[in-house]
Design a protein around this ligand. Structure first.
Ligand code: HEC
Ligand code: HEC
Length: 161
């Protein structure tokens, strides 16, 4: 009968192990900005946000803000051989394309010398300019425009805004 006791103990331990393993596997995963679910669950990724086709140029929040891109830029290649953005925004093409020309700062090198062509500093446009999507903000923004900050400062100092 000894073997029966051994077999049943081993079986019981295996069963217990499975239950414990199941519990560990289904421990809840940490919630990030979206629901974590459990460790064993694979939750579907949320749908990708859409880039707006044509949203119209946006007002700047402060004078030196790189304006946001008001159009879709999917498949617009920028590499060592070609720069799709400049096919519309360069000095030569802007008028025909009906696009705003890159401003004079884009022709300046780091010493503020104006070059004949767009400066290498400004070649990779989306380093600074970003398109907008219809995504819901994940966290609240506490950003205040420069006008709001100025108005508050003036009010604190008792002056008129
Ligand atoms: C097919 C032509 C075309 C291409 C290619 C193109 N754009 Fe534009 N872009 C436009 C037009 C036209 C506007 C003006 C839209 C408007 O007035 O609503 C514009 C507007 C902008 C603006 C807003 C400027 C402002 O003062 O508000 C930025 C920034 C911009 N584009 C950046 C880019 C970048 C970066 C790329 C490459 C990834 C790019 N564009 C590629 C045609 C183009
Ligand atoms: C290092 C950051 C930076 C890079 C890179 C850059 N820009 Fe800009 N861009 C700015 C800033 C800042 C402004 C607004 C102030 C100014 O004109 O300098 C601006 C303004 C613009 C404007 C509006 C011009 C106007 O007169 O209203 C357009 C269009 C533009 N950029 C397109 C581009 C394109 C196309 C590229 C790539 C070839 C590019 N930018 C690369 C920072 C950048």
């Amino acid at each position: 009968m000894k073997w029966l006791a051994i077999v049943s103990t081993v079986a019981a331990m295996a069963l217990l192990g499975m239950v414990v393993a199941d519990e560990v596997q289904d421990a809840s995963a940490p919630d990030g900005l979206r629901d974590g679910g459990t460790v064993s669950q694979t939750l579907p990724a949320p749908p990708m946000a859409e880039q707006s086709r044509e949203s119209g140029r946006a007002v700047l929040n402060y004078p030196e803000q790189p304006p946001v891109i008001p159009h879709n830029i999917r498949d617009y290649q920028v590499d060592i051989r070609s720069n799709r953005c400049l096919t519309c925004h360069s000095r030569e093409n802007a008028v025909d394309a009906g696009a705003p020309m890159v401003s004079i700062t884009h022709f300046m090198d780091r010493d503020k010398q104006v070059l004949a062509a767009v400066s290498p500093d400004r070649y990779f446009c989306i380093q600074c300019h970003v398109p907008q999507t219809d995504a819901e903000p994940l966290v609240d923004s506490t950003f205040r425009t420069v006008d709001e900050v100025l108005t508050e400062m003036l009010e604190r100092e008792g002056g008129e805004p």
